[in-house]
Design a protein. Structure first.
Lengths: 75, 649
């Protein structure tokens, strides 16, 4: 049996992985950057955290859209 | 704090549990076959399954633990929210559809689809059992902690109650009733959290100098000379004696001062004022809980009361100052709440435990005014100290935890079995997307719930896990009753899923495939029910045994073991045709044993499980994932290359 995850899924996975790794790396090696107040008086830690959560929801919706529109069968 | 059971809370709670059990019995009539019992005939609608994912995943640790951690430490609890959600990306993009296409009842089905090997079944079955049981313990501990304030019972009664109700749910209808319980609970949790968040924003922020019981925490300004004159009294207050720091008090890390006046002793935290030249002191009123050698509890030196009005720890969690020196903000927007908090000062409370010569222990709770900028930055909680530490091993510990959270979700057996309750791969994908959306919304709300609890004046200084229910209690009793009942069904939903995953592993993988016990369909269901009762009974026993353990710590443990044992095989079987049966068995075994051994030899286990000094620990940091997940992959590749190539490649 030859079943693989879809190519669009893997691409989106690596996009998100980079985004998540950036967050973890910033926290570990430049935590003071996370304290910077950016938009509307909210700091980078909160904004990046929200972006990761909404980003996951957005990418999953994009993935659902791509898969249902292209009839991708797992190539 | 003293928790009095409320008739309304008990009534709502009983309605919830009664409804859930009734639903179970009703649905149970339809699930007679193994296909129905383990996988709900694969007929659950994808939207329902998606919300049930949220119900399955948002465990007591998510709801009570994360809200509590944010309420006591600020942003750090939100790191768990982010990590737990990010893990779903692995589940959706890599694992979901192949899992559905390869398997039938358990994730061992998917691993074994190519090989039909009893060895793989055995390894995957044992790993499912181990991960499920470690995940079960914190759920049971959380249930006990929840029932105590709600119904006024001992913790063990709560554990037995949850265990019994869950066994009834699982035995009556297996996956069908479990799914619907999880759907209900997932939907209610998200909706009620949104209602609570709206109420927090509507209430806004308010300056206070104590919690909701009206007690104002005092501050004494002391001249440096008052301490230095050494006559044993507090400067001009000659009737107040300073007790000498002895009998364990001399070992305190913070500077605590005990004052005795009129026969009562009070404890204060001494801090220097910011004026360095005068070197004056401020004494902040602290609270103490003493556990005497014969098991009695004293609050601030007096026997702990049993009903309101008697001695108890005062509730805490309040704002000391708001930007622009205003006293109250009024309703705030979602962004305005965070912006205002960023520029405020919040009084958080910390604790230190002291041991005395007669074997008694005193925990001192003391205030720590904290600028909003620190509340909303990562790295304040001990688990995340790696963020602000210069030590490389502390950094590795943080990276390792975030890696385990990312990799763990897609490897949890009770999440993986939910892919078999829908009809095809497209439904598996759609339900995962619905799951991610529901869980994502909930995790955004956790930040507001936690920060709302932090500023509610309702926190129990001795129990951070109660922050979310107490926040609701401060809003109104109905909401408290509803949130407590939802939190209880949260435990029911997650525990049902875990017991089902474990029962599936025992019946389908171990008995059916490894030991070749011949069972027809109805015998399989009967065996699964017997296994459910056994696993449930074991969970009750472990829940009572580990009742003092922190649920979040144990959940982190389960994630690390799941990711190390299961993820390498799950991923490599999809992407590498050269994988062999021997490689999979070795990867699961090495990942499981190495991660468990690492945890058992870590500083956290030394201090929290064995009660030893964490510095004696053999391994340099506590979270194993950063080493044991790659070790699982390396083992799989090395053993696969050393063993004969499978015929299909």
């Amino acid at each position: 049996m030859n079943i693989k995850a879809s190519r669009s899924g893997l691409t989106l996975f690596f996009v998100y992985l980079a985004f998540y790794a950036g967050f973890v790396g910033l926290n570990a090696f430049a935590p003071e950057r996370m304290e910077t107040v950016l938009l509307s008086g909210v700091n980078a830690a909160v904004l990046y955290g929200f972006a990761l959560i909404f980003g996951a929801v957005l990418l999953s919706a994009v993935y659902g859209f791509l898969r249902s529109n292209t009839n991708e069968t797992g190539d | 704090m003293i928790y009095e059971s409320s008739g309304l809370a008990i009534a709502i709670f009983l309605v919830f549990v009664g409804f859930t059990l009734g639903l179970s019995f009703w649905l149970g009539r339809r699930a007679k076959s193994a296909e129905g019992y383990f996988a709900a005939h694969g007929q659950i609608p994808w939207f329902v399954n998606g919300v049930a994912f949220a119900g399955d995943y948002l465990s007591a640790a998510s709801f009570l633990g994360i809200c509590g951690m944010i309420a006591f430490y600020g942003y750090d609890g939100f790191l768990y929210s982010i990590g737990y959600l990010a893990g779903w990306i692995v589940a959706l993009f890599v694992v979901a559809e192949p899992m559905k296409q390869l398997g039938k009842f358990t994730f061992a089905d998917a691993l074994d689809a190519r090989f039909q090997s009893p060895g793989i079944r055995l390894a995957a079955g044992i790993s499912t059992l181990v991960v499920s049981v470690f995940y079960l313990i914190p759920q049971m501990v959380g249930a006990g902690a929840l029932v105590t304030p709600l119904l006024g019972f001992d913790q063990w009664v709560g554990v037995v109650m949850v265990g019994t109700v869950v066994i009834l749910i699982v035995v009556t209808a297996g996956m069908v009733s479990t799914t619907w319980v999880q759907f209900l609970k997932g939907a209610l949790l998200v909706v009620f959290s949104a209602v609570l968040t709206w109420m927090i924003l509507d209430r806004g922020l308010k300056v206070a100098d104590g919690g909701a019981d009206g007690h104002r925490f005092a501050e004494l300004r002391i001249l440096a000379g008052d301490f230095a004159d050494n006559d044993g009294t507090l400067g001009p207050l000659t009737d107040v004696r300073i007790l000498p720091p002895s009998d364990g008090w001399e070992k305190a890390k913070e500077r605590f001062v005990r004052l005795e006046s009129g026969g009562t002793t009070s404890v204060w935290l001494a801090r220097r004022t910011s004026n360095e030249e005068t070197a004056d002191w401020i004494l902040h009123e602290a609270q103490t809980m003493t556990k005497t050698a014969d098991g009695k509890r004293l609050v601030n030196g007096r026997p702990k009361g049993v009903k309101k009005g008697e001695p108890e720890l005062h509730p805490v969690g309040y704002v000391q100052s708001l930007p622009g020196d205003i006293r109250e903000t009024g309703p705030l927007t979602a962004v305005g709440f965070l912006r205002t908090l960023q520029d405020s000062t919040v009084v958080l409370w910390r604790s230190e435990k002291l041991v005395h010569g007669d074997g008694s222990e005193t925990t001192v709770y003391y205030p720590k005014p904290t600028p909003g900028g620190e509340v909303l930055r990562p790295g304040e909680h001990p688990t995340f100290r790696g963020i602000r530490s210069e030590k490389f091993t502390d950094k590795l510990n943080f990276l390792s935890l975030m890696l385990a959270l990312f990799c763990g979700t897609a490897s949890l057996p009770h999440i993986l079995i939910r892919y078999y309750t829908v009809k095809d791969a497209a439904s598996a994908r759609r339900s995962t997307i619905v799951g991610i959306a529901s869980i994502g919304v909930f995790y955004v709300l956790t930040l507001y719930l936690g920060l709302g609890a932090m500023t509610s004046g309702e926190l129990d200084v001795s129990d951070e896990n109660m922050s979310a229910p107490l926040l609701a209690k401060g809003m109104n009793t109905w909401l408290f009753a509803a949130i407590s009942a939802i939190a209880f069904t949260t435990v029911l939903g997650t525990v049902s899923g875990l017991i089902l995953a474990a029962a599936g592993a025992v019946t389908h993988d171990l008995l059916g495939s490894v030991f070749r016990v011949k069972m027809n369909d109805s015998e399989k269901v009967r065996m699964a029910k017997i296994s459910s009762v056994c696993v449930g009974a074991a969970a009750i026993a472990l829940g009572i045994l580990f009742q003092k353990m922190n649920p979040t710590f144990l959940v982190g443990w389960a994630f690390s073991v799941a990711a190390s044992a299961n993820l390498p095989s799950l991923v490599m079987i999809l992407f590498w045709p050269r994988v062999t049966r021997q490689g999979i068995v070795a990867a699961i075994s090495v990942g499981m044993v190495s991660s468990m051994a690492w945890i058992l030899l870590s500083g956290e286990a030394y201090s929290r499980v064995y009660g030893l000094d964490a510095a004696l620990a053999i391994v340099p940091f506590s979270q194993p994932g950063i080493l044991t997940i790659p070790l699982g992959f390396i083992t799989l590749v090395a053993v696969s290359l050393l063993s004969p190539a499978p015929k299909s490649s």
